[in-house]
Design a protein around this ligand. Structure first.
Ligand SMILES: NCCC[C@H](NC(=O)CCC(=O)O)C(=O)O
Length: 445
């Protein structure tokens, strides 16, 4: 049986915009009210996904969410026709309207936590959508995320879909952005690392002072129970609260792992040495590579600006590893120098490929944010909804679909325009047919 790590990228939705919704995410706040280009954003994402497929990777796409989210606007008391609801929200509560229009589901690293079948006692591949309770605009994603995941991984024999965790700060869960898996081969049992920012039931434990810690230890432990993971293959690590306060709102802004490589910044974690020892002991063989980036080579500010760690580390069919980086890393002198060096260090990482994903980067989402990793064997890949898998046909269909339906300019003022709602629903309705998803959206029910 063959084993792979597939990447499922989030297709950027038609309302991609810059609303400054994510306190603690430096890029989101500093680009608040900038004019976005949804068409370019979607095409940048598709280009990256297609390039990975062309490298021989298994690559899928996850459909975006329905935005503006009229269902939520009605739930909070706006009434009348769709146009009236938008108009009233724009006048009475513009911040709430903006929260209901974000295309933030594009960052599928936050869609769910995924545990491959080799790690789970029942031998199934487990998904738990993230509740994303820390941010209003993201907290309205999990139900539709669950629908889209179930329509994409639509086979009960192989895939187990859980409900998102209770919607309370004690269970703040941001999905795979705070989760990494190390393994020898993708099909073998791996070590799942859960990185959290605070302990909900232990107020004395370290936590950030300025910005929110979005992930709790309690949420991570609940996911491990749901996914039937073994304690011997699970490691919980506290993120360094000082770096959260410098803009590291998810662990995947400061660390990334793949197979036997953990690539992380010196300041990423608390109790680093003990945790690395625990990983080594649980991993059990000596082939592990810890690539620690020191502050004197790359400072936290450079890491946050360039997204050096929000890169994808992928294993190519040749067995070599490649880093998929945003072009922002090329534009930062220290980071570019480091990436030129990392391929010479004698680790499995031998290549770096740069992609322009600036439309997403301006909202704090790099290449790694845009993808959900799903390690699978070939039987499981065959059980996936095949219309979601990237190839020449899907690439051209999705590009044409974007050209037909997306604007190339969207400001936060445009979000109240009823025409945007009509365009978005028309596009998504067509997409569900194209990707054979059935009725995953509220407006289709
Ligand atoms: N994993 C990357 C997530 C980025 C995302 N940004 C946003 O939602 C910004 C949206 C805005 O400000 O319009 C977040 O912070 O959760």
């Amino acid at each position: 049986m063959k084993h792979f790590e597939a990447n499922f990228d989030g297709l950027v939705g038609p309302t991609h915009n810059y609303a400054g919704l994510s306190f603690g995410n430096v890029a989101s706040l500093s680009n608040a009210a900038a004019v976005s280009n949804p068409r370019a954003a979607a095409k940048q994402g598709l280009k990256k996904a297609k390039a990975l497929a062309d490298m021989g990777m298994v690559q899928g796409m996850l459909a975006p969410q329905e935005r503006p989210d009229l269902h939520t606007l009605r739930r909070i008391g706006f009434t009348g026709s769709d146009a009236e609801v938008l108009n009233k929200a724009a006048k009475q509560a513009p911040a709430l309207l903006r929260a209901c229009c974000s295309a933030s589901s594009m960052w599928t690293a936050n869609a769910a936590t995924v545990s491959p079948s080799a790690d789970c006692r029942d031998g199934k591949l487990h998904f738990t959508p993230a509740n994303l309770v820390d941010k209003l605009h993201r907290s309205i994603e999990p139900i539709t995320t669950g629908n889209i995941l179930a329509a994409t991984f639509n086979n009960d024999k192989h895939f187990s879909h859980h409900q998102h965790l209770p919607e309370h700060a004690s269970f703040g869960d941001e999905g795979a952005a705070n989760h990494t898996r190390l393994c020898s081969e993708y099909g073998e049992t791996g070590i799942e690392l859960f990185v959290y920012g605070q302990e909900a039931t232990n107020p004395a434990a370290p936590k950030p002072k300025k910005y929110p810690a979005r992930q709790t230890l309690e949420a991570s432990q609940a996911i491990a129970r749901l996914h039937q993971l073994d304690d011997n293959n699970t490691v919980y690590i506290s993120q360094n609260p000082d770096v959260i306060d410098q803009g590291v709102f998810h662990n995947d802004v400061i660390a990334v792992g793949n197979q036997n490589v953990l690539f992380y910044h010196e300041q990423a974690f608390l109790d680093t040495q003990n945790k690395l020892n625990e990983i080594k002991q649980k991993f059990g063989d000596s082939s592990l590579h810890f690539i620690e980036v020191p502050t004197n080579k790359v400072g936290i500010q450079d890491a946050v600006k360039s997204y050096l760690f929000n890169t994808q580390i992928i294993t190519l069919p040749s067995g070599e590893m490649a880093i998929i980086a945003p072009t922002n890393c090329q534009e930062n002198e220290a980071v570019h120098a480091y990436l030129n060096e990392v391929v010479t260090l004698g680790t499995p990482i031998k290549q770096v490929h740069y992609f322009d994903v600036k439309q997403s980067m301006q909202n704090g989402g790099g290449p790694a944010c845009l993808r959900l990793r799903v390690a699978m064997n070939d039987t499981e890949v065959a059980a996936v909804n095949q219309h979601t898998l990237m190839n020449d046909v899907l690439f051209s269909e999705l590009n044409n679909w974007v050209d037909k339906h997306y604007r190339d300019r969207l400001s936060v003022e445009d979000l109240a325009d009823p025409q945007v709602l009509i365009e978005s629903r028309t596009a998504l309705d067509e997409l569900t047919q194209l990707m054979n998803l059935g009725s995953v959206y509220q407006f289709q029910k």
